[in-house]
Design a protein around this ligand. Structure first.
Ligand code: SF4
Length: 459
């Protein structure tokens, strides 16, 4: 998963883009980068690590003068976790200096890369995003038309910001897998992965960029068009609301927080009659679902874990080894809260099961009497090909075990997953919107063709 932002027509473009990136930090902690243009020659700064350590005031104000900027935060798999793949990518080509930042996964990357190699293209990165720059560099004409034509060749998930001089372009794939939103601050437009980044920098969310839409922004003016037919059905990742997006971001007209509260309310309905002393979240993503559960069930809400905020999100670390260390460091139960109690524990999901097992183990060590473990999504039975680094099917616990087998492995008294129907209901805030989600990792029904050659390691 990655986060992207673009700001145009603003003297503080670099400062605003970097503040926006800090707001999007939860979408990727491995590397960050920013490209700025509009005044001097386009410059790109990229580095491994968090945004806050990269863009200090000195870097921003003294080295990055410009009126337009794009930025990127990234997480990915271990093979590609290196500075060379940190974005934005910048090239100099027949269109001049062009930079791109991408969230998603281009599923036909190997096929297009092969075709480009045969035409003599030289690759500097191992990331799927680079093929877009090659496609752009090989076509003559107006940049917006060239981008639209190039995007037509791509399959899979791509939310993008592209920068050339003072021109900012935003685009979203035809299924709209990853979010991309448009906002405004004074006379400047902002494009971002999430609405919260727009609001944090003082802007106002205007609308979502639609699946298949391309927006070209220059000097405070916006032109929109569609590079795919508008009639294609939308398939936005429902896991954004379960796990990835910030609770204060707006999706489908409501905050992600509201969707998570509803997930908890539905879980309480599914577990009607359950007896427990307290409802506890696994911080942070389980928080609002646990609140919804507690309200709906009239069971006391308690925060029984202390979270170490200086440790990153365990799911988005690149190797199993690092993931385990991170999980141990991250959460510690408060003995006085959990000792001798029957607990409903709410988490967002189970992927491999190893992190959950460890967490449940420490909860029992702290004296929990009974644990009813509840998840705010259905069992994950399939890998994601659209930009989320879920492991292959053989490593997904729910793909290879029944709920009862998982319950025994985890050592809990009951194990409950939110049903798909209830998840979709929790995330849909209007009747018209109930068919807009990708739910493939829960159902195995992928919105695009998946084969053994389908690429899955995007950003
Ligand atoms: Fe999201 Fe799952 Fe679809 Fe991937 S497969 S886009 S994680 S719902």
């Amino acid at each position: 998963m990655c986060g992207i932002i673009g700001v145009e027509n603003n003297e503080n473009a670099a400062v605003l883009a970097s503040a926006g990136l800090i707001t999007l930090q939860h979408r990727g902690e491995e590397s960050a980068g920013i490209t700025i243009s509009g005044k001097e020659k386009m410059k790109t700064f990229r580095s491994m690590g968090l945004v806050s350590t990269l863009f200090n005031e000195d870097t921003l104000l003294n080295k990055l003068p410009g009126t337009a900027a794009i930025g990127h935060v990234r997480y990915t798999t271990s093979a590609k976790s290196s500075l060379i793949n940190a974005q934005p990518f910048q090239i100099n080509c027949i269109h001049g200096n062009v930079a791109v930042a991408h969230n998603g996964n281009i599923t036909n990357f190997p096929k297009i890369r092969e075709m480009l190699l045969k035409k003599g293209a030289i690759f500097n990165h191992t990331s799927d995003t680079e093929i877009l720059l090659h496609l752009i560099a090989m076509s003559k004409g107006n940049l917006a038309d060239v981008v639209a034509k190039s995007l037509h060749k791509l399959e899979g998930a791509f939310s993008l910001v592209i920068l050339k001089d003072k021109t900012l372009i935003g685009a979203r794939d035809e299924n709209g897998f990853r979010p991309l939103v448009l906002g405004k601050i004074d006379g400047s437009y902002i494009i971002s992965s999430e609405t919260s980044a727009i609001e944090v920098i003082g802007g106002t969310y205007i609308r979502d960029i639609m699946p298949g839409e391309i927006v070209v922004i220059e000097n405070g003016k916006i032109k929109k068009s569609f590079f795919y037919k508008k009639t294609k059905q939308q398939h936005t990742c429902i896991f954004e609301q379960v796990y990835f997006s910030r609770p204060d971001s707006i999706m489908f007209g409501k905050t992600v927080k509201e969707a998570r509260v509803k997930m908890g309310e539905f879980l309480a309905k599914q577990m009607k009659g359950i007896k427990a002393d307290i409802v506890m979240p696994v911080p942070d993503t389980g928080y609002y679902a646990a609140l919804g559960f507690a309200r709906a069930s009239n069971i006391l809400f308690e925060n029984g874990f202390v979270r170490n905020h200086y440790v990153g999100r365990s799911f988005i670390k690149p190797s199993q080894n690092l993931r385990d260390v991170t999980a141990r460091l991250k959460l510690r139960p408060i003995k006085e809260v959990v000792n001798g109690k029957d607990i409903v524990l709410i988490d967002d999901s189970i992927v491999r099961g190893t992190t959950s097992k460890r967490l449940l183990g420490v909860l029992k060590e702290a004296g929990a009497k009974k644990i009813h473990f509840a998840l705010s999504c259905p069992p994950i039975i399939g890998s994601c090909y659209y930009g989320i680094d879920t492991p292959t099917k053989s490593h997904l616990i729910a793909a290879n075990n029944s709920v009862e087998e998982m319950r025994k492995y985890l050592g809990v008294d009951t194990l409950t997953f939110l049903s798909l129907e209830n998840l979709v209901k929790a995330c849909s805030f209007s009747a018209k919107k109930d068919k807009v989600f990708c739910t493939a990792c829960f159902t195995g029904r992928y919105p695009t063709k998946i084969s053994k050659n389908t690429y899955k390691e995007g950003c």
